[in-house]
Each structure stands twice: as structure tokens, then as C-alpha cells.
Design a protein around this ligand. Structure first.
Ligand code: GRF
Length: 357
């Protein structure tokens, strides 16, 4: 382990020592990738709220998941090294989960400091419950305007990329995601997949994305069933906005896209559906087609609007239903069509947007 990183158990023992001396340990966490004056002022302020400061940094994998590919710019050992050089910082620990909950549980700080991009209602509820249990005080410190690592990175790369930037949302196996990712890799789709989100923690799409080194995360839908809660809609919208994408691609996302999520990306959300829309919207479309005695079936890519599977059609592929064809044979053949259609339509739609821009 890096000499600049402390073991949380050792920090916990030191915290008890401080308490015996009537001193207070302040805890804060973040990515701290590429230090800038905003960080320095924030950390000085945090340190003033107690007698010592421990900074918990996100491990490299979780920085990638939060900030997108290409981040962190510096690995965790070097980020710890820079933080250790600051007068305000006494200890640095690293955590590899998406939140600092476990770290807080172990270290049990007296004060928890967060940046002004948080408001009391956006603090993580589990962290807040734990801090209440510990009797720890939470302070939200104002951030220095105009200073952020993401801002710095942007300033350093003024060349606009001509690739369309995508966020992909799914709930299932992610074979359409895989087809899109393959098309990107093969150079057939000029795109960059910046983020993959799923409403199911163990969805295959997440595993597939991670294997490709793409930022992928489960985001709580807020309730079971077909709809997201309004606050989940907001969380999805916020997360996607942070990844600065041009298009949101639904690839087997089994929730209604509405509220803030729909409004934030209106006209820029695409979906693929396994029927020849407007025929057979909704669930198990290929089964509906078979049950209705159709002679043809297929798939449709369309723009997502308020009404399910009813937005403007961008492209379709069709096939003839074979006599005696089973449901699983049919969906298998539709999937093959989807995997060719979706990347192609995304490319065409992106080119049209670029021409109109
Ligand atoms: C596809 O059949 C698509 O048409 C529908 O959901 C399924 C997703 O499959 N919207 P996968 O997760 O991409 O394999």
C-alpha cells in the first residue's frame, strides 16, 4: 500500500485518542483528482471545523464510474500523496465502494464535511442515519465558484470531439448495448459510450460494460414495478447530465422514462422495441405478434416521448414469421435484427443532429 495512505483501523484508533484529549476529528471525502485552489480552500475550511482532518478518497474504479472514462487523471496513490502534502490534511484513506459509508462506520468521525454541491436533502440517507447514530455533526461548506477538476479538464481540451456521446440505460442482459459497443470498437459508429446505468443491481448490462472498462452503475429506481419515483427520475437525469452526453439510449430499460428524466433530454432519448410499431407496443411484443397470427414481425427504433412506444419512428427492420415458429425462435431472430439496426440508426440520428446544429 502507498505510504501516503493510512489504514482506516489505525485512523479509528487515533480518533479515539483524539477524543480522550477532547479533540474532534473531521472527515471529508471526494475524488480530489488534480488539486486546484478550490480544493485547498475547502480542505482548510473543513480542518477549521475540528482539530484534525482525515480525507477519504474514492478508489480509481469509483472515480471512473462517477466522473467518466479518462478519469481519474492521477491514480489513488498519487492523489493521496498530493493531499498528504497539504497543511490541512492529517491522514488520507481510500475507499472502493460507491459511497464512503463503510469508511465512516469504521472511522466514526466527530464532524462530517461535505462540499456546497450538496444540500441537506441530497446527502446520502444511509450516511446521514449513521452519522446521527454516532452523534456526529454534518457541515456543508461552500465551494469556490469556477474551480473544479472537470472545469480544468475541459479548459485543457478545447477541441470538440466529433463523436456522439452516449449514455446507455438497461435492465437486462444488454445484448443491444454489446452490439452498440462493438460497432463503436469496429469504427462503424462514431460514438463514445460515457455511461451505462441500470435499475437492476445485477443486470448483465452492467457486467458487460465493466468488462469493457466503461463507467457503469446501478441507480436506485426508488420502487418496484414499471415506474421510477420522481426523485429517482431526478437522480437519473443528474447522473446523465454530469456525464455530458448527446443522446440517451434505452437498451432494454424496463421503466417508463418520464418527469425530469424525459424533460432533460427531450428529443434525444432513443428506444428499441421488438415489434413493427405502431403495432404491438408494450410488453412481450413478439408474443403479441404471434398470438395475433401476424405473418411478419421485426423491431423499431424510435424517439422516446411521454406515451410508451409511440414516439417518431427512426428505423425498422422486418422479417417473415416462419410457419410453426416458437416465441423463443422469433425473439432470437428479432434480436439479431436489433443488433444491426440500433447502432446504424444511432449513427444516422447523430449525423442528422450534427447537420442541424
Ligand atoms: C430488446 O428486445 C429490446 O427490443 C427491448 O428489450 C430487449 C433488450 O434486450 N426493448 P438486451 O438487454 O439488449 O439484450
Amino acid at each position: 500500500m502507498s505510504p501516503f495512505l493510512s489504514d482506516p483501523a489505525e485512523v479509528a484508533a487515533w480518533r479515539d485518542e483524539l477524543e480522550r484529549e477532547n479533540k474532534r476529528l473531521v472527515f471529508t471525502n471526494g475524488c480530489f483528482d488534480l488539486l486546484h485552489p478550490g480544493h485547498i480552500r475547502y480542505l482548510n475550511e473543513a480542518r477549521r471545523r475540528g482539530d484534525a482532518l482525515v480525507v477519504a478518497i474514492n478508489g480509481d474504479e469509483s472515480v471512473r464510474a462517477i466522473k467518466g472514462p479518462g478519469r481519474p487523471i492521477l491514480g489513488e496513490a498519487e492523489r493521496a500523496e498530493m493531499l498528504c502534502a497539504l497543511r490541512a490534511v492529517d491522514r488520507v484513506v481510500v475507499f472502493h465502494e460507491m459511497t464512503a459509508l463503510e469508511c465512516l462506520r469504521q472511522i466514526r468521525p466527530h464532524v462530517y464535511a461535505k462540499g456546497g454541491d450538496y444540500r441537506p436533502e441530497t446527502l446520502q440517507p444511509e450516511e446521514q442515519a449513521l452519522l446521527r447514530q454516532l452523534g456526529a455533526e454534518t457541515v456543508i461548506l461552500s465551494l469556490v465558484k469556477g474551480h473544479s477538476t472537470s472545469e480544468l479538464v475541459k479548459r485543457m481540451s478545447p477541441l470538440k470531439s466529433d463523436k456522439v456521446k452516449l449514455a446507455v440505460l438497461g435492465s437486462g442482459t444488454g445484448s443491444n448495448f454489446e452490439a452498440i459497443a462493438e460497432a463503436v470498437l469496429a469504427g462503424n459508429l462514431q460514438a463514445e459510450i460515457r455511461l451505462v446505468l441500470a435499475d437492476v443491481p445485477d443486470a448483465g448490462i452492467l457486467e458487460k460494460a465493466r468488462r469493457r472498462g466503461l463507467p457503469a452503475m446501478f441507480l436506485d429506481p426508488g420502487r418496484p414495478g414499471f415506474r421510477l419515483t420522481p426523485s429517482a427520475c431526478k437522480n437519473y437525469a443528474d447522473r446523465i447530465k454530469a456525464s455530458e452526453v448527446d443522446l440517451v439510449i434505452l437498451a432494454g430499460f424496463m421503466r417508463k422514462v418520464e418527469g425530469e428524466l424525459l424533460e432533460s433530454f427531450a428529443g434525444r432519448i432513443l428506444n428499441i422495441h421488438p415489434s413493427l410499431l405502431p403495432k404491438f407496443p408494450g410488453k412481450d411484443a413478439w408474443k403479441q405478434a404471434l398470438a395475433a397470427g401476424e405473418t411478419e414481425a421485426g423491431c423499431t427504433v424510435h424517439v422516446v416521448t411521454e406515451e410508451i412506444d409511440a414516439g417518431p419512428v427512426l428505423g425498422q427492420s422486418r422479417l417473415e414469421i416462419r410457419p410453426g415458429e416458437t416465441e423463443s425462435e422469433l425473439i432470437g431472430r428479432i434480436h439479431l435484427l436489433e443488433h444491426e439496426l440500433y447502432p446504424r440508426v444511432i449513427g444516422e440520428f447523430a449525423a442528422k443532429l450534427a447537420r442541424e446544429a
